[in-house]
Design a protein around this ligand. Structure first.
Ligand code: NAP
Length: 355
């Protein structure tokens, strides 16, 4: 470790993309982590970050990284912890090589999410699934779920614990930043809605069961919840909205559901993780809440907002949720996952700085 700076060195793979840029922003001034290297494709490697990146974030590129040379995504020994925002065409193989070389990789990509020995982590929901790391060799891989799945699974967790969820129907309205850079062309999305996002419905339907599943004898038995998802791209920059109908095994009123949602703290309670929201779920009572422009930044973009909780004529209850797709649903979620990894003593040789 750097003598003056006690923070843990981290590498960012895919640092020039939509999620990678968010990651770089969130790491600026982070109390536990400092950027040790930035990796991207051969198109970017060898250039200063400020030249290689097509910066689309609010605010300037952080001074600490603006002149840092972007590297090829080859394993080195410069960082024990690697945050990956790589395109899925390369993420699977590259992340495995970094893990084999001894790094602990926290990934946003889909490639390893359903591997039986890889935690599909939402820290508040299934922090105990980090025990799957015991079955892995090398440094290890932890994955962040799909961006829409994170909001859905976070809202389902307290409802499932309290009332037993058996069925879910969800329709998503997803922001353009979810498609990466440059993403969907303006001529296709302005004045329009695109009722198809490749692979997204399958991810919502498959990943949710693993996240809410039960860890036993070193494997996760998926939760038995039937999910039907329909996904749409809408002309919003950040923030995925989801209209959810949910069927319970036990009766629950909208008021009871609102109470368990707003009281939910989850497995990160008391750990003081730097990226944790004050409350993972904010229940909003305005008749037209939540809305992307108004509520996506609640709790620094790390909270899920839930509103319009009401009876459903087909299932038990229905509600609308919103989560920030590149913060809670990607970069911020992965950072919170990395913080949990460190706090739980799973980054060999490193404790949370300052403890
Ligand atoms: P993106 O904007 O397209 O960024 C992709 C990144 O991968 C860029 O840094 C790119 O580098 C790098 N890359 C592409 N090909 C490469 C190669 N052959 N070798 C090395 N690096 C390569 O995508 P994104 O939206 O940030 O998404 C990144 C990952 O997170 C994806 O796996 C995505 O599915 C997942 N994810 C995204 C969101 C979201 O809301 N956007 C949410 C959850 C998960 P260059 O700039 O050099 O090409």
């Amino acid at each position: 470790m750097n003598g003056a700076d006690q923070r843990i060195p981290v590498g960012v793979l895919g640092a020039t993309g939509s999620v990678g840029q968010r990651m770089v922003r969130l790491l600026d001034g982070h109390p536990w982590f400092r950027v040790a290297f930035l990796g991207a494709s051969s198109r970017s490697a060898g250039r200063p970050y400020r030249e290689a990146v097509h910066w689309v974030q609010d605010g300037p590129i952080p001074g600490e990284v603006a002149e840092m040379e972007v590297r090829d995504v080859e394993p080195g020994l410069d960082a024990p912890l690697v945050l990956s925002a790589l395109d899925s065409s390369v993420a699977g193989e590259v992340e495995r090589r970094f893990a084999d070389a001894g790094a602990l990789v926290v990934s946003n990509a889909k490639n390893h999410r359903m591997d039986p020995d890889v935690p599909l982590l939402i820290p508040e929901v299934n922090g105990d699934h980090l025990a799957l790391l015991d079955s892995q060799s090398g440094g290890g891989i932890v994955t962040n779920p799909n961006c829409s799945t994170i909001g859905l699974a976070l809202s389902l967790k307290p409802l499932h614990d309290a009332f037993g969820v058996h069925s879910v129907h969800v329709v998503t309205l997803q922001a353009v930043s979810g498609g990466g850079i440059p993403g969907v062309a303006s001529m296709e999305i302005l004045d329009n809605v695109v009722p198809y996002i490749g692979g997204e419905e399958e991810k919502l339907e498959l990943e949710t069961g693993k996240i809410l599943g039960t860890l036993s004898s070193g494997t996760v038995a998926p939760a038995r919840i039937q999910i039907s998802a329909q996904c749409n791209r809408v002309p919003v920059i950040d923030g995925h909205l989801e209209c959810v109908s949910v069927g319970f095994s036990r009766d629950a009123s909208p008021e009871e559901a609102a109470r368990v949602l707003s009281e939910f703290q989850g497995a990160t309670r008391g750990l003081n993780l730097p990226s944790a929201p004050r409350r993972p779920i904010h229940v909003l009572t305005g008749e037209a809440d939540p809305q992307p422009r108004l509520h996506r930044d609640l709790d620094r973009g790390m909270a899920v907002s839930v509103g319009r909780i009401r009876p459903c004529p087909l299932l038990s209850l229905r509600y609308v949720l919103l989560s920030h797709n590149t913060i809670r649903g990607a970069a911020g979620g992965a950072l919170l996952g990395a913080e949990l990894v460190v706090a739980r003593g799973r980054l060999a040789g490193y404790d949370p700085p300052g403890t």
